[in-house]
Design a binder for this molecule. Sequence first.
Ligand code: EPU
Length: 440
Amino acid sequence: MSEKLIISGNRPLEGEVSISGAKNAVLKLMAAALLAQDVSVIRNVPELTDVEIMLEVLECLGAKCKYDKENKTVEIDAKNLTSVYASDEFVSKMRASFVVLGSLVGRMKEAKVALPGGCKIGERRVDFHIKGLEALGAKCKIEQGYVCAKALELKGADICLDIPSVGATENIMLAAVLAEGTTRIQNAAQEPEIVDLANFLKAMGANIEGAGTNEISIHGVNLSDLHGVEYTTISDRIEAGTYMSAIIASRGHGIIKNVFPNHLTIFTGKLLEMGAKIKLIEPNVMEVSSNSRLLPMNFITQPYPGFPTDLQALAMALLSTSNGISVVTESLYENRFMHISELWKMGANIKQNKNHAIIKGVEYLVGTSVCAPDLRAGAALVVAAIMARGESEITGLHHIDRGYEKFTEKLKGLGVCVSRVCDDNDLSVLKMRDKSGTQI
Ligand code: EPU
């Protein structure tokens, strides 16, 4: 049964929130745990549907997993992998699971992994992943929706990515850990999640230099050099950016705990430029507030350390009521403006021209029914609803549940007037089913 959020907006927030572990880091660490013939424990794991899907993928490969939600830990015993086949049933639901390809090719020298799914924010090709694995010596082909890779042996290589793809950098890194010799990834992605993965692998016994810069060197080690680890993942920068946006949208005041401010430098800078007040009161605690209409601002999404594409929709929601005209350019994904038509319904004045959006700030938004078209766009609609006069209903929550742990509770902790209820439309469908006894 699907559910919806009901938010009563236009009231200043006051409260606090603690940021969870980073979805896009933890999922990759889970795949990396497959590399060692041992047991690894990952801490600070957020309770998300994507984590559940990843556990299913790992179990299908023969790993034995224990998920302790209360203590936020996942234990992965990868002593005996029994399969190299990651089925479409899971991988098509979530792009991150595609990184099991690198781990399987590295450890088993063979993999059959379904082409990835995830949010429909663009074409999201995997050609750089495949070229990278081929450079290491794997023969890859795409057959009936699966990437099939096989290698007699893997040898280190120099690989220059056309663009600094996060997923390709991760897959190549994972495969190169057990390759013979040195692999150099040039134009590598520099995201904090890449650094987290490298730190996890290094703790396991891998030899990696340069993560966090645009050139990463992986010096291959033997399988016997790798061992299980206990590792705590980083805090989620996109979740933190979401709650910063929510507080600012409401012209309220809030405390954000367990945040890694260095991962949010450009976003924080842009919010300050818009007139928000942001203060670091402890190394991982931020005080965020705003008490007036925001100023307009222009930005272009870029790979890290540039403006994160994952916060583009949230920033656009904020700009929709700013005092002037803003221009937003999305340079990573060709279909990451799906929130625009939903924001229109709330009264926003936004014109889209290819990958540019011109936002003419209106004085206020008006609450209405909207549907989350993807994960981050869904979060942006929640922020818009917090700003809007009156009540909003947000459906499509399965997208939001992929990336935000205990979202309703955390919003309530910040003072948002929100409830999560069954979708009436679903209820009426059910009633009709009851009456006729047949499915509609
Ligand atoms: N690209 C290719 N070929 C490839 C790989 C990528 O053309 O082989 C293109 C993509 O189509 C895209 C661009 O390169 O236009 C960047 O893609 P990248 O590979 O960097 O992204 P990703 O690994 O698929 C991760 C996050 C995304 C986040 C991006 C950019 C995960 C699971 N996903 O995706 O997060 O937007 O990096 O930072 O780590 C989200 O959390 O909502 C989300 C979408």
